[in-house]
Structures are given as C-alpha cells and as structure tokens.
Design a protein around this ligand. Structure first.
Ligand SMILES: *Cc1c(COP(=O)(O)O)cnc(C)c1O
Length: 423
C-alpha cells in the first residue's frame, strides 16, 4: 500500500510559525473513521467494548475522541489509572491489565472501581491482602505457552513471555476465586504483537473461547467477558497490506457462534485493548533537516532524535519517511537519517532511499501515533516535544506543550537549580 502523509509541506510551513519542530501531529479525521469502523466491526456483540491501551498514547484529548465511540481505557500503572480517573471515566470503563503490580496500584484500581485483570495466580492472595477483599468481578490473563503460529508461521513466542497464568493455574485460579466469592469472571490473553493479518484475532478467540467453555464446565465460573487485548498491527512498511477490521470482526463472530453459543455462552461480551491499531497510523513525527554530512556514508541530521521516537533505535523498527513537498520526486538517494544523541543507534532510517534532501526540508516520519511520543525519554538532556491535533476543519490545536528546560530541572526540588542560570 502506498504510504501518504496526511499533512502537506504548505500546512507544516504554516504550523511551524507557531509550533517549532520537532512535534508529533495527529489526524483527527483518520482517528474518527477508524474508531467508527472498529465499533461497527464488533456491533454484532451487544457487550462489545474497546479499552484503549493508554500506554500507547497517554493524551486526554485523543482519548476523549475515542470515548465518543464508546471506548474506555486499559491501564498498566498508577498514573494511567489516575489519568483515566481525572478524565472522568467510570470504573466500569477502566480495565487494569498490569503485571508485577505494586499493592498501592491494586488499591487505587479497586478504589475507582476499575476491572482488575490478574497477571498471576499468586496475585489472588496479593490482591486480597492489598485491598482487604476480592472484587465480585475479576479477570485473569492466560498464557498457554509455546509458540503462537498461524498455519506454520510463527507470530510470537508466549512461552518466553513473562505474562499470564499457565493452563493448570488458570483452572486452579478460577476455582479459588469462585470459592472466595467472586461472581463474574473475565478471561484475557495477549499472545502476539503487531500482527498484520486478519487471522490473529479469530485464532486467539478460538483458543480463549475453548478454554472458557472448559472453565465454565469444570469450575462453574460465570464468564461474562473475554478480552482479546491488543496485538492488531498496522502496515509500517509500504509493502504490507493493512488489516481489514470488518474481516477481523466477522472472523471473531464466526468462532463465537461456533464455540460459545452452543455452550450456552452467547451472552459473553467481547472486549479489546487495542493501542497501536487505534492511533499509530494517525500520527506523524514532524522534523526539520538541519545538517547533511558526507563521510563514510551520507547522513541527514534532523532536529528530532530517538527520545521523540524510540522504536527504530530500540527494535530496529521501520518507520516510513516522506520528504514533504517532494512526494513525487524519485527516491534515488540513499541516506541514514539521524538524530543528535550521542548514541550511534539514534537513526530513524538506515540506507533508506529517499528523494534528494536539502537542509530546511521537513520530514514526516509515519505511524508515530502509538508507542511514539509515549516511549519518550530525556536522555542527553533532550526535552519531550509538543503534540498537536490536526482537526477535521484543518485547524491545529496544541494538545500537549513541549517540555522546557525548567521541566528538566523540576525534580531537583531541594536546590533551585533553574534560578541559578545566568543566561
Ligand atoms: C501494550 C498492551 C496493549 C496494547 O497493545 P497494542 O500492540 O498497542 O495493540 C493491550 N493490552 C496490554 C495488556 C498491553 O500491555
């Protein structure tokens, strides 16, 4: 699929007069269309709900757009729970899918009425001790181990993942929870990440549905929801075919009717916790070319770096790059596109064929709407960028200001370092 930026050079030239680069910009129209398509794809299931994975893009303005389409939030930590609470979400719209969870996070989740998704069998006692009781509704995270494969194609390696209950632990856990008075159960699994195939969810659903039927038969647990979690991917590379969410929704429906309905479980709600699929394609990191360097390779130096987008440095991830204003020029120059960190892995692209680049060009780095800004950090004293929302009417709204040096100094609170500056 051809990858096109959702902004033009002219738009960016106007925006930078108010908001200097680098910044992340999000496309409201794309976000809305996608959220609507997801809702429609699962409309066959009356209890369906998407809990947006806050860690992917923890920005209340963006999450509020998703809420208009019925989304809640999926939190992994205390501050994400606090953000959800501050945004006015009801407990029933908050999922808490954490692991290695501190007691105070369970306490906070219980206080705001979030649904707790346990990562481990030992957390049953830990939760009970932490909050003094067990909630009437509890979810457990399942990890069947082994490899997750789709027709001999290994997608991921759950056997090597730290998450979830094993199969015997799941049955024992459900029994114990039931004895302790839990009335409603959920089942959750996240077995493969960034899957660019319409088959992942249906195959995962079959695994979970079959276990759910056995759990109900053997433990008598009343399972009220099954959470397919995240993992629906996006085509980062131009040669990848995007997922079709309608096909995925239909695929899950078929398995639901085949496995759950005949077992008398036709009232189970389907939940999802998508992050990447909801927002990644609708964000760009916009950066300006400030240097070119001709040594053993051809380097293009930009004003963003890995602290603004860590995925290339961390995973060697591909992020497509559009040189704005040169969309139709031939890609006949090979570059490494680098940031300014004192780290040689600070490269947004290696040996990438791009149109000839000049200093002052603006680059749109694609698919940064999830796991982009949120993975940012302050290495080398770099500051986090602004986040902007490109609204449907073409106007731009600042939805997070850029950090300033004062923010960087803010945690030295016993010494007023910032006030010592002479310049
Ligand atoms: C990260 C995460 C998600 C979201 O994953 P995506 O790949 O962004 O869809 C959902 N659930 C849990 C528990 C996660 O850790």
């Amino acid at each position: 699929m051809e990858k096109k930026a959702f902004v033009t050079k002219e738009q960016i030239e106007k925006i930078v007069k108010t908001y200097p680069t680098p910044f992340h910009i999000y496309d409201e129209r794309g976000i809305r269309e996608n959220a609507k398509a997801l809702r429609e794809a699962f409309a066959w299931n009356p209890g369906y709900k998407e809990f947006f994975a806050v860690k992917a893009t923890p920005n209340p303005y963006l999450i509020n757009i998703l809420r208009e389409y019925g989304c809640g939030t999926d939190c992994s930590s205390l501050t994400e729970l606090m953000l959800s609470e501050a945004m006015g979400l009801d407990g029933k719209d908050i999922m808490f899918s954490s692991n290695d969870t501190p007691a105070e996070e369970f306490q906070y989740a219980a206080k705001i009425g979030a649904t707790i998704n346990l990562d481990d069998i030992t957390h049953i006692d830990f939760l009970e001790k932490s909050i003094g009781y067990l909630p009437k509704t509890i979810s457990c995270r399942y990890n069947p181990g082994g490899y997750f494969a789709i027709s001999n194609n290994i997608m991921d390696n759950p056997g090597d993942a730290k998450y979830g209950f094993t199969t015997p632990q799941l049955f024992e856990g459900f029994r114990r929870l039931k004895e302790k008075g839990v009335e409603r159960f959920g089942l959750h699994a996240f077995l493969a990440s960034n899957t660019v195939t319409n088959e992942y969810y249906p195959i995962l659903a079959r695994t979970l549905f079959e276990v759910a039927v056995k759990l109900k038969e053997e433990t008598g647990a009343h399972i009220t929801f099954i959470n397919l979690s995240g993992g629906i991917g996006i085509p980062y590379r131009p040669d990848q075919e995007p997922n079709d969410i309608r096909v995925i929704g239909e695929g899950v429906r078929k398995v639901y009717e085949e496995v759950l309905v005949p077992a008398g479980m036709g009232d189970v709600a389907i939940y999802t916790e998508l992050g990447r699929f909801m927002l990644a394609p609708y964000g760009h990191l916009i950066t300006r070319v400030i240097h070119e360097k001709h040594t053993h390779k051809e380097y293009i130096g930009v004003d963003a770096c890995a602290v603004n987008l860590m995925r290339p440095a961390m995973y060697g991830a591909y992020h497509h790059i559009t040189v704005l204003g040169k969309e139709d020029k031939p890609c006949d120059h090979k570059y490494d596109v680098t940031g300014s960190l004192c780290e040689n892995n600070d490269k947004f692209a290696i040996d990438r064929l791009l149109p000839q680049i000049e200093i002052g060009d603006y680059l749109a780095i694609h698919d940064t709407g999830a796991h982009g800004f949120s993975m940012g950090y302050n290495y080398n004293g770099k500051l986090r960028s602004a986040e902007l929302l490109l609204r449907e009417d073409g106007s731009v709204r600042l939805i997070r200001r850029a950090e300033t040096p004062k923010d960087y100094f803010a945690t030295f609170d016993c010494l007023d370092f910032y006030n010592r500056l002479k310049f």
